[in-house]
Design a protein around this ligand. Sequence first.
Ligand code: TXA
Ligand code: MG
Length: 318
Amino acid sequence: MKMSKILHPTTENIKLAAKALQAGKLVGLPTETVYGLAADATNHQAIEQIFLAKNRPINHPLIVHIADLNQLSNWAIDIADIAISLFDAFWPGPLTVILKKHAKVSSLITGGQSTVAIRMPAHPVILSVLKTGTLAVAAPSANRHCHVSPTTAQHVSEELGNQVGMILDGGACTVGIESTILNLTSQIPEILRPGIISQQQIESVLGFKIQSNHSSTSPRVSGSLNKHYAPSKPVKLVSAHEFSHYKQAGMMAFSERSYKNPTSWITMSTDPKEYARDLYSALRLLDHSEAEIILIEMPPDTADWSAIWDRLKRAATK
Ligand code: TXA
Ligand code: MG
């Protein structure tokens, strides 16, 4: 069994990681959102390994990560002025844009589509690796398909320990949930995946209204969502007063422990940014506890919780 190595991001290890990527190997790298499983985005065979390692369906497209705006023209064409104004405002940072792809982009990255997803992450470790190796990497979240995304190097090792030779430890991710994905190839830009960068923030940079094709914040319309970001234990979204009905349960609540019954209790922040940062570690902790079911107290039904609602509903989808 191949054991993965969690390495400190020293100058030497950053060079090692860049070399490993250039040699077609997979490397676990920190970003500000979640850890990524990276491969040289120009290396078809290396990208193939990502799908095998994650057990990811081959038609699920990947995000290309760049460190410098000069790299953009290698990956995308027809870059509009509104895209540039978004990069000025949010890059490096947790915003992914969908653009028309450059002819040379591997069909494994695009899932055979004519578009490509690109972002410039805001974590010094991945940025140094990319700059050191003059690289762009294709990198999905470094978890097995449909599992909870990793927000520490240890989580990556738990998820894909046998599949990846090297993980650079960049500490716990500060954003904690995946980037906002904005499609710029539709007539009106549309949010495909909500994240910490909100619709309202994007609209205020663009100066006009955009669309959002993810469901509203309402918990009552969760039926059509795909299961994703899911612990192995069942997850249920409940109101605090329902906690008392359960015994062998792990709770994610906004208040301090108020019932003796539950097996585990995690008090979450009432600030959505802090909640997002801690969400996936909390789900992992409860998944590893003795609890038979994970109960999550529903957050407020407001726009600043919409990215969290999206993740919670997917985690709770059977
Ligand atoms: O924060 C993030 O975005 C993290 C870190 C590692 O950067 N990455 C991440 O990658 O979440 P992944 O593979 O777990 O999710 C990528 C998402 C998928 O939902 C995929 O469908 C979408 O990006 N995507 C990629 N290319 C696309 C395209 N051309 N059109 C539409 N969606 C695309
Ligand atoms: Mg993912």
